[in-house]
Write a new protein. Structure first.
Length: 295
């Protein structure tokens, strides 16, 4: 039986394409939250009906709304889902992530202790090890310097009125957008929120789980993927007015990696480092005119 609540506190918006059974892990983790003040909005971009039997199987335990979206792009789907949301807060799970059974209770505690407009936590694997980037080890406010080490899309919780005031996700970013800029949509949103005067807070003890993708670091597909992500970094940093001298170390580090890996005979890692460098440089060069001269 679906838990009932007089007030919807959180809307979880899941953009999905090409997956089916992977969604079961997320839904199972949400059913374990044992509370009724949230809804799940599944934005289905599939051309077939593969999700119907899966969602129907959870309909008696979770409040789920399925929204069909013909247009592709994860950020487009998230914005579509947000337009249907009734909760005060928005969370954007990946379709293959899952959360600890006390995730929403931890989030309540965080909101009570640090009342701000948006929050973020840390990505971990099934064993609790940090994955998907470097994350700060200590909690604190999210600022322009720390958005790169405190944010990932499916661990970002945003008050709905702030999300709307910031115009939501930039639909030119992220997988499926049809542009070169394949990632860093969470950082883009957070920077837009900060520019609008909203405050964010990061807590590494607020964790969520995701499959670890590090095994695919040196395949051609893995290198192409990481390059696309880094094109997004260049786009976002220039869009939000970071100066070139601030950006320069992010170009020099992967270039140094090319040299070190080449000299040590690790040519696959050298190609990966070159993909990161070329992506970052391409993203910077192709970004729109900066919004300001902030550094």
């Amino acid at each position: 039986m679906v838990p009932q609540s007089s007030e919807l506190l959180t809307s979880l918006i899941v953009a999905t394409l090409g997956r089916s059974r992977e969604l079961e892990g997320l839904l199972r983790s949400l059913a374990a939250q044992k509370r009724g003040d949230f809804e799940i909005i599944v934005v289905d971009q599939n051309i077939d009906d593969r999700l119907a039997p899966i969602l129907d199987g959870w309909a008696d335990r979770l409040r789920i709304k399925r929204v069909r979206a013909e247009s592709r792009g994860v950020c487009r789907a998230r914005n579509i889902g947000a337009a249907h949301a009734r909760g005060q807060w928005l969370l954007f799970p990946d379709d293959d992530c899952w959360y600890p059974h006390d995730f929403l209770c931890r989030l309540d505690k965080l909101r009570s202790e640090h009342p701000v407009a948006f929050y973020s936590g840390r990505a971990v694997d099934a064993q609790g090890r940090t994955i998907m980037g470097a994350f700060e080890s200590k909690p604190g406010p999210i600022g322009r310097d720390s958005v790169w080490t405190t944010l990932i899309e499916w661990m970002m919780v945003v008050r709905r009125d702030a999300f709307e005031a910031a115009s939501g996700f930039d639909e030119a970013l992220g997988p499926g957008a049809g542009t070169p800029w394949g990632a860093y949509e969470a950082q883009d949103l957070a920077l837009g929120l900060l520019t609008a005067g909203y405050v964010g807070y990061y807590d590494p003890d607020l964790t969520g789980h995701h499959p670890d993708e590090r095994s695919d670091r040196i395949s051609a597909a893995g290198i192409a993927k990481i390059r696309t992500y880094n094109v997004g970094m260049g786009y976002v940093m220039r869009k939000h007015g970071y100066g070139f001298l601030v950006y320069l170390p992010r170009l020099l580090r992967p270039l140094a990696g090319v040299a070190v890996y080449t000299l040590s005979g690790r040519l696959e890692m050298a190609r990966r480092s070159w993909g990161i460098f070329s992506g970052r440089w391409s993203g910077w060069r192709g970004a729109p005119t900066p919004e300001s001269n902030r550094t």
